[in-house]
Write a protein of this length. Structure first.
Length: 204
């Protein structure tokens, strides 16, 4: 599905400004358009080798075509992804995937370009994605992270995370955050519009 098939979703952005802890100008957030590999690649390109390793749990110099397409294969139901942009440029992605065997549990993944790390964007993406995941049926979050990923562990700690070893990664389950300072109704409307658009038949 091309970006042109989702004009209503693209128009329904969620704007965050003057949010406590957010040290960036106004951030716009929107659901990722299904098949939008360009945005995924742009965020990936803004991440250092170490940031990529922490996010994907292994060295990843580039995104293979099949993996890239899988990351962009969102339906905003079982697999949702939100784009954070500053000045029109994508600077972060927040993603949830409902577990096939536990659909009330959503695995969370965050990607933030190095230039804006440490400015509160991870917390913002966590809140937006959690609202969207909850509307899709999630009641808990699954965190899977590299032991060295201090920023992710810091985000999970207020939610009561207790990380345990899951092989080469750490895992924890938490409840969903109590979201404040955001238009949660608008997030839900946008998530539902994206979900509906993702199942429409392609127009020839």
């Amino acid at each position: 599905m091309s970006p042109a098939t989702m004009p209503a979703v693209a128009a329904m952005t969620v704007r965050a400004a003057h949010r406590p802890g957010l040290r960036l100008p106004a951030v716009e957030l929107r659901p990722l358009t299904p098949g939008d590999t360009g945005t995924v690649e742009e965020v990936f390109a803004g991440m250092s080798a170490e940031s990529r390793r922490l996010r994907f749990l292994a060295p990843l110099p580039r995104l293979g075509r099949r993996f890239l397409e899988r990351l962009a294969d969102v339906d905003h139901d079982r697999h949702g992804c939100w784009v954070a942009a500053v000045g029109g440029a994508p600077v972060g992605l927040g993603r949830y995937v409902l577990l096939p065997t536990e659909p009330a549990v959503a695995e969370l993944a965050l990607e933030v370009v190095d230039a804006v790390q440490g400015h509160g964007l991870g917390s913002l993406l966590l809140d937006v994605v959690s609202v969207a995941a909850a509307d899709a049926g999630a009641r808990r979050l699954l965190w899977v992270t590299d032991p060295a990923n201090v920023r992710v562990r810091r985000l999970a700690r207020p939610l009561g995370a207790r990380f345990v070893s899951g092989g080469s990664a750490l895992e924890a389950r938490t409840g969903l955050p109590a979201v404040r300072d955001l238009d949660t109704d608008r997030i839900v409307r946008s998530a539902r519009a994206a979900r509906s658009a993702a199942v429409l038949p392609a127009v020839a």
